[in-house]
Design a protein around this ligand. Structure first.
Ligand code: NAP
Length: 280
């Protein structure tokens, strides 16, 4: 059975169109500030696409590009001033920061109600205790995809491969909140294949090309590939051996065109939500 391919690009466009429509009914435009430190090319590319997304959604965006040697104090000063700005609803500091910066201090400095990335420990705590929060954009985008394609995690075996703070752990929390039976795997998991084969919903978030092979996937499973790797030719690819796994899965995300666009769309959704919280 060949899997149905989840069209992340189309779904992201739909989400952004919904945000744009809702923005029109607000008392003012939501505002998103993005901070980038140093000249990491990948970060620069993300930031440019975020600006484009904001334009599409009618969200006001502001960008702070600091040189790598700007220093922690300068960065903290910008965050402090953005925290106090009534026209800025969301603040995002593009990670990773160059060497010498204290990332944890930066995440802690962002007002939790402007933390549209959902990385502040207060939002992490709110997510794990089932309170309203900003969920990190990548796993939130995966949940949106499951919903759109009629996949209810309730009672299902959900296996997440990867336990990072930005993807694996919050992904597990969101699936658990949706009543999935969740297992989170990592580099010390014994017999990864055996655990993955149990999955009705399998989420791969490792960053190693082809780590998920067809023999690790149950017939009819839903397979979500979060990873963004490069093959020898420099082409973007995920963790999943796509052609072989697509023959066994019922639903599968491509890379590119799967989770990536949804991550971007969920940032717009979170910024809209932040604006609402700020009384718009
Ligand atoms: P990360 O922080 O490097 O985490 C990778 C996780 O994979 C770790 O928990 C690690 O386990 C686990 N792992 C490593 N080798 C393993 C193995 N052999 N078996 C099982 N687990 C293993 O990465 P991340 O930030 O979560 O990102 C994961 C991937 O998603 C990357 O490719 C990244 O580029 C991509 N990503 C995509 C988006 C998007 O929008 N599509 C967003 C964010 C990230 P340990 O904890 O034991 O080390």
């Amino acid at each position: 059975m060949a899997a149905t391919v989840i069209d992340g690009k189309a779904l992201a466009a739909k989400c952004k169109a919904r945000v744009a429509k809702e923005v029109e009914s607000l008392s003012r435009r939501p505002g998103l500030a993005v901070i980038i430190v140093g000249d990491n090319q990948a970060s620069r590319t993300y930031i440019n696409s975020k600006r484009k997304d904001c334009d599409e959604c009618g969200i006001y965006s502001e960008e702070y590009a600091l040189p790598a040697d700007a220093g922690q104090a300068a960065l903290m000063e910008i965050i402090e001033s953005l925290n106090g700005r009534p026209d800025i609803d969301g603040i995002l500091c593009q990670l990773p920061l160059p060497e010498g910066y204290d990332e944890e201090a930066v995440l802690l400095a962002i007002d939790p109600d402007k933390d549209v990335d959902g990385f502040h420990p207060i939002n992490v705590g709110r997510l794990s205790t089932g309170q309203p929060c900003f969920a990190p954009c990548t796993p939130a985008g995966v949940m949106e995809m499951l919903k759109e394609y009629g996949v209810d995690p309730k009672g299902k075996e959900c296996v997440v491969v990867g336990r990072s703070n930005i993807v694996g752990k919050p992904m597990g929390m969101l699936l658990l909140a949706a009543h999935g039976t969740v297992t989170i795997c990592h580099s010390r998991t014994k017999d990864l294949g055996e655990v993955c084969r149990r999955a009705d919903i399998l989420v791969a978030a490792v960053g190693k090309r082809n780590i998920i092979t067809a023999d690790m996937v149950k017939e009819g499973a839903v397979v979500i590939d979060v990873a963004m790797n490069r093959n020898e030719a420099g082409k973007l690819c995920g963790d999943v051996d796509y052609p072989a796994v697509a023959e066994k899965a019922s639903l599968i995300t491509p890379v590119p065109g799967g989770v990536g666009p949804m991550t971007r769309a969920m940032l717009m959704v979170n910024t809209l939500e932040a604006a609402r919280r700020h009384g718009c």
